[in-house]
Design a binder for this molecule. Sequence first.
Ligand code: PEP
Ligand code: MG
Length: 608
Amino acid sequence: MAERMISGIGVSPGIVIGEVRVRTRQRLVVRPRPLKEGGEGVELRRFDRAVSRTERDITRVGKQVRRRLGAASAGIFDAHLMILKDPMLVDRTRQLIQEERINADFAVLTAMSEIQQAFRRVKDELFRQRLIDVEDVGRRLIEYIQSDADRKRSGDRITDELMLAAEDLSPSEAAELEALRVTAVITEKGSQTSHTAILCRSLGVPALVGVEGVFEHLKEGDLCIVDGNAGELIIDPTPRTILRYTRRQRTLERFNEQLAELYDQDTVTQDGHAVELSSNIELPLELDHVIRSGGKGIGLFRTEYLYLAASSMPDEETQYREYLRAAKAVKPERLIIRTFDLGGDKQPPSMRFPQEANPFLGWRAVRVSLDDPAMFRVQLRAILRASVMPNIQVMFPMISGVAQLRQVLEVLDDVKTELREQGVAFNEDLRRGIMIEVPSAVFVARELAAMVDFFSIGTNDLTQYTIAVDRNNATVAHLYQSTHPAVIRSVAMTVQAAHEEGIWVGMCGEMAGDPAMTAMLIGLGLDELSVSPVILPEIKMLIRQLNLTEARKLAKKVLEMGEVEQIQRVLDQDLRRRVGKDPLWRPKASKQSSQGKSSKGAKRSPRS
Ligand code: PEP
Ligand code: MG
């Protein structure tokens, strides 16, 4: 077979060459069977056995994940256990067996489809995750009923190291990757922020998601190359390609060794200008990675993932423990906890969201928090209580104006008063910051800066709102350009306003982790960059090679340019001049560029 290359979204870096194991979901064949007289008892016992085996499975995997990755990641298994106790599933199945006199597996399937129908009627998007969970649990039950013996998953038989290709992995399957000795993951579905992507990154397993049409071209045992850096899958590579990637693997290893040497080094330019370099995390399980990559503090802790990974809103105690744990892990460096940025594409299944034509322009982030004071206050209480660790700071997302910020700060003050009255300890000097990610905030940045201790620019949203282009819409992905002069000038205006008011200003959008932008951002005067831990060592290396005077000149030049292509060309040239022709730098980390990469079909590799 000729060599073929398919593009996907590289969500976890690394290059792996090896044989692939294709995990196709076996289609469940479930047929109704009339029961013989008295057969209900037999079916009920089969069902009960399946329930207890499934419960045992979920508890076992949940325990492993909790031990290895922390409570937040294990939340998904609590949700599965709850589904297993849900009367809509359990009682209804038993009722169908007893009253309708149908076989157990068909009864489970019927109950499952009733649940799915009910959820679909409420709102498709809202209950998507819940539906996946119901399907996951239902599948396990049916498989146990049908085998009526200890269920053996095909994956459990993996003894050699293998790459795994699947349509998608359920959260519980993704959590088992390590035990299955999986060296790389390829999935047809998924995105940068899907569960699979997050877990692969945390476990250090190179991964490609969103590889469309992969199963038309891939079969069991095929030799493949997964390049998690470039987001490429090469099937049946020629010996020449294998040699090239083997060399690339070695170079990458050497490069990573060089990066590892920077672990203890400060992030300082050649002419002595210090820059704060911190990490973005979604889940506390990523703290390990932060510490391993030589990251200092956390510039953005996206707390909404605590909620998204659990079956219900994490209570005050749970949040408090997670925040405290994270603060202890990174102390004495700072931990910036961002309050829930719910809404948009982050809607926890257990929370009700209105049907909106434009969710990203609607009920999102701090707007949700202000409208749901009970939830907001629980989170603020947890953050304040955890602030006995003095490295904790709080940040509010999507602030769009002065009055709104005043309202937010009033709630914070009110919660402080409440804690004081209850004699609960907290840090009276807790630093407060806001994200600058809405154009209106850029225009009133001076006034906002006077009210807080720091700014962090969220370019993912600032780009989408400035250019009016949905960050998750592949159709307009080519218009999503962080190098648009309007975005860069907004960054410059924000930095100027912050400095005039004497506060520091950082950036936590994906732009901060784009190597081509580093020099310009330092030249624009950003005091901090907060990036994914995966890219952090490279950004550190780049900053250490920079000269502030040159970076300022570059920024000045860019600010005078009016066209995206012009700016892009100058920044790419500048990066190439500094790192050579075949840079190992990771591809742009931005979501839009990776989305634009996925191609419908396989192409002949241009290099074969
Ligand atoms: C941003 O908008 O740039 C940002 C960092 O926040 P999020 O990606 O979580 O919206
Ligand atoms: Mg944002």
